[in-house]
Design a protein around this ligand. Structure first.
Ligand SMILES: NC(=O)c1ccc[n+]([C@@H]2O[C@H](COP(=O)([O-])OP(=O)(O)OC[C@H]3O[C@@H](n4cnc5c(N)ncnc54)[C@H](O)[C@@H]3O)[C@@H](O)[C@H]2O)c1
Length: 359
């Protein structure tokens, strides 16, 4: 595994009011911006015509700052990643006379970023887009990498594109109003980055879990910058997910299958999916069970779920709906050790056998 070092601030300088990093991928260039106030955001928007697509709860909390801006509200929750909502958004864009030069500014969590990114990819064959992530999960993961999408029937993210936004503006203080359950969900994706990319970061999260839960702004900034750096380093080498980028799906094959139960949010499902992936890795490639136990302890200390009673046959039938599979095979991310993921194309039946063995 070779992680290319991309040019980003070495480690975020928290004394700076605003930090702008230019990132260059093969086909695209965009800015990763860390700010400390809404004024920073209006500075980078300069004279661009823009329309905000805002999560309803975020709008209710921050409407003073959004005063005077053209806003389209997106109902909070996964159900908004749908064709019906997409159609309503497009009708409102037409009513605002949005054209290809209009910047669509997503303000919200992964739901609003995924939906807005998708609309921007198809509206008038593509218009401008930028993200202001307001959940930890969107700050560390969903707003980076360019994947956009909506759900269709029983398939998650079935319709989507890969398109980099013009910029991502991160303002950590948004997290002060985030419900703790959503904060934990974001921590789960950061743990995923640490498991596959950096054992030192895994140690760090173990040491700082109380500060993170207590919303220590410096600890959160440190966490976000590490995840962003790691994710972009991977995506820069494989934007279209034909190889290396697959490692980012660690915990997601079973995570997405568990998420279908509607009992858990995305981050919680990924937490459970990572535990299953580790237990399967013990059987498949001799992962040391001590690593699985460390993961379980860390998730538990953060208040994330660590136990889910499942029926192996049912879980595999849900995995079969994974859009990344081809025939009865899919790319599964095993873990050989911390920072050593291995991606192998395996048959569902092998996964079923492992699930039955570990149950
Ligand atoms: N594109 C990608 O690469 C990628 C990666 C990971 C996840 N995702 C997607 O992201 C979605 C999950 O994102 P999420 O976890 O951010 O969920 P979300 O967007 O549903 O937000 C979670 C909740 O937090 C509320 N909220 C948001 N910001 C807030 C704030 N600052 N204060 C108070 N409440 C706030 C929202 O109203 C919502 O109820 C899933 O659909 C998932 O598929 C995409």
């Amino acid at each position: 595994l070779r992680i290319l070092s991309i040019k980003l601030a070495p480690l975020f300088d928290i004394t700076k009011r605003m930090e702008i990093n230019e990132v260059q991928f093969n086909q695209s260039a965009f800015r990763v911006v860390f700010g400390d106030s809404w004024t920073n955001l209006t500075d980078i928007l300069s004279d661009s015509p823009f329309i905000c697509l805002v999560d309803r709860q975020v709008f209710d909390l921050y409407q003073d700052q959004l005063n005077g801006m053209r806003c389209i509200l997106v109902e909070s929750g996964e159900a908004s990643k749908s064709l019906t909502v997409l159609q309503r958004m497009i009708e409102q864009l037409i009513a605002f006379q949005a054209d290809r030069d209009t910047l669509l500014l997503a303000i919200g969590g992964g739901v609003v970023c995924d939906l807005t990114g998708f609309i921007a990819s198809i509206y008038m064959r593509g218009c401008r887009v930028a993200y202001v992530p307001t959940t930890l999960l969107a700050m560390v993961d969903a707003s980076y990498g360019g994947k956009t999408g909506i759900n269709f029937l029983q398939w998650k993210n079935l319709l989507g594109t890969i398109r980099q936004p013009e910029f991502i503006f991160t303002e950590i203080s948004f997290l002060n109003t985030l419900p703790v359950r959503e904060l934990r969900a974001g921590l789960s994706e950061s743990i995923k980055h640490a498991m596959i990319g950096s054992s030192a970061r895994f140690d760090w999260i173990e040491k700082h879990h109380t500060q993170l839960l207590n919303l220590d702004q410096n600890a959160l900034k440190d966490l976000v910058i590490h995840s962003v750096h790691f994710k972009l380093s991977v995506v820069a080498q494989d934007e279209k997910e034909i190889g290396l980028r697959r490692i980012l799906n660690f915990g997601h094959t079973f995570g997405h299958a568990i998420e279908r139960s509607n009992l858990y949010n995305h981050g919680e499902s990924v937490a459970l999916g990572m535990i299953i992936a580790c237990k399967i890795s013990e059987l498949h490639c001799n992962l040391d069970p001590a690593i699985t136990n460390r993961l379980i302890r860390l998730l538990d200390s953060l208040g994330l779920p660590t136990h889910h009673q499942f029926d192996p046959d049912l879980l595999i039938s849900h995995v079969a709906l994974d859009k990344k599979k081809s025939g009865s095979k899919l790319h599964f991310v095993f873990l050989k050790n911390l920072e050593t993921p291995i991606v192998e194309k395996v048959d569902n039946q092998l996964l079923l056998k492992y699930l039955k063995e570990m149950a």
